[in-house]
Write a protein that binds this ligand. Structure first.
Ligand code: 3PG
Length: 307
């Protein structure tokens, strides 16, 4: 079978070698499409692929329809909002993610961004410390739990909201986390909020003025989730009204230029999403994707199927 890695933002060389080893050892063939700049390249490459390993690459109906031989797509990572699940199901294509495999890289970046903002971009202007501050985790999956662990090393108090935590607050106890019943309660109890929810119809633009205004005047939002969850106009509004409010995002928003100009010194956006861009995360997620494909092709194993 032909397994195609199609990554606009490539894995490390070591991760690609590791994937190749798994693929070839199991009698399959590996094809590679990296750093493509035109969708046409992807449409051509998928035509003969039986399996696909992707990252944030957009796999829409057009791509799925072009991939006549495709049986499985594995998103090497957590969020699969870039795959049209309905079209995949209609085409009898199994879609999986690799949950947890790149979480630590994202969790560490949260603190990279947070310390940068708290210390005013390392300009020498007096900033604030994290010890004793209240950190709110909006969603509490693999990444949220790791962020909670690191935050406690900084001496922060950690609160979290997720629907499952609200149903069963005891789930927070082993992680040293106080569960909140709803997002409003979370923002009322936080100095800083870190976002960890997926992008979907329910979360789209859910981080709005009403919620953010519950944070203190000098509140901080860290977004390593998805740009879609932010209500961008509301973010501009609150940062305009509150001169000490800060925002860092790993996913440059549509209004990045406006934000960078208006809020210089208290706004940070990655040049390109880099939360999962570590040697370790590439290796973990890439190899997991390859193993999952081999198991699916060989025995029909559908663990981690999301459609
Ligand atoms: C994920 O959902 O796993 C992260 O956002 C990482 O995305 P990336 O593979 O495009 O870096």
């Amino acid at each position: 079978m032909k397994i195609l890695i199609a990554t606009e933002k490539p894995f490390s060389k070591e991760a690609v070698s590791g994937i190749r080893e798994i693929v070839e050892k199991n009698g399959h063939e590996l094809a590679l499409l990296e750093k493509y700049t035109d969708k046409k390249e992807l449409l051509d490459a998928v035509q003969t692929a039986n399996a696909l390993i992707i990252r944030s690459d957009k796999i829409d109906k057009e791509v799925l329809d072009a991939a006549k031989e495709l049986k499985i797509v594995v998103r090497a990572g957590a969020g699969y909002d870039n795959v049209d699940l309905e079209a995949a199901t209609a085409n009898n294509v199994c879609v999986m993610n690799t949950p947890g495999q790149n979480s630590n890289a994202v969790a560490e970046l949260v603190f990279g961004m947070l310390v940068y903002l708290a210390r005013n971009g390392y300009t020498g202007k007096a900033g604030t410390e994290l010890r004793g501050k209240r950190l709110g985790l909006h969603a509490f999956g693999y990444i949220g739990k790791l962020v909670a662990e690191i935050a406690q090393g900084f001496g922060m108090k950690v609160f979290a909201f997720s629907p499952s935590l609200a149903r069963d607050p005891k789930l927070g106890e082993p992680h040293g986390v106080t569960a909140c019943q709803n997002p409003e309660e979370l923002y009322n109890n936080s100095d800083i909020v870190s976002l960890h929810m997926p992008a979907n119809a329910h979360t789209k633009e859910s981080i709005n003025y009403e919620l953010m205004s519950r944070l203190p005047e000098d509140g901080i939002i860290i977004n390593t989730a998805r740009k879609e969850v932010i209500h961008e106009a509301d973010m501009v509004k609150i940062m305009t009204e509150r001169p000490n409010f800060k925002y860092a995002t790993d996913i440059p928003p549509a209004n990045n230029a406006e934000m960078a100009e208006k809020f210089a010194g208290r706004y940070l956006a990655s040049t390109k999403k880099c939360g999962a861009q570590t040697a370790e995360a590439n290796m973990n997620a890439g190899l997991a994707a390859a193993e999952q494909i081999v198991a699916f092709l060989e025995s029909g194993d559908e663990t981690f199927k999301v459609n």
